[in-house]
Design a protein around this ligand. Structure first.
Ligand code: NI
Length: 164
């Protein structure tokens, strides 16, 4: 396993649409394992393949709810219900946080790493995280949909000063 380099704001790849995974081979499994390691290293709750420079429809999510990480291949949101106004950040926008509107409940269909079809009904934070990652696979990032006036820029220096 290896930590991959995270593409950040200004990198044009973040605006590109990812392609379906056709065959789940060893390279895809290695990519998924690397994405998990990279997400945990930087304390993220989700990561899409495009964020490590690979335009394939793959994302990993772990909202730290005690359940195993989700590994979603070719995810498709098939249903969504309600709305929630939530604070959001992204590993590709390391110092930025803003409020966005996300669905309150989401149904997503995908393949797992064995190629089996999975269907997940998620609420609240998990629904938010899935919506955020599926957006990445469509070339969309959270700052494009942030609510006006809610952007906060928090630098590592701010965090240091606050903890003094
Ligand atoms: Ni993100």
């Amino acid at each position: 396993m290896a930590i991959r380099n995270i593409r950040e704001e200004g990198d044009e790849i973040l605006k590109k649409k990812s392609k379906d995974v056709e065959v789940i081979d060893e390279k895809i499994i290695e990519l998924i394992n690397d994405m998990l390691e990279t997400m945990y290293k930087y304390n993220g709750v989700g990561l899409a393949a495009v964020q490590v420079g690979i335009l394939k429809k793959i994302c990993v999510i772990d909202i730290d709810d005690g359940r195993p990480a989700l590994k979603l291949i070719n995810p498709k949101i098939t249903k969504q219900k309600g709305e929630q106004e939530v604070e959001e950040g992204c590993l590709s926008f390391p110092n930025k946080y803003a409020k966005v509107i996300r669905p309150k409940e989401i149904t997503v269909e995908a393949l797992d790493e064995t190629g089996a079809k999975i269907k997940i009904v998620a609420k609240d934070l998990l629904a938010q995280a899935i919506a955020h990652e599926v957006d990445h696979l469509n070339g969309e990032v959270f700052v494009d949909k942030m609510l006006p006036g809610t952007l906060e820029i928090i630098t590592p220096e701010d965090i240091k000063n606050n903890s003094k």
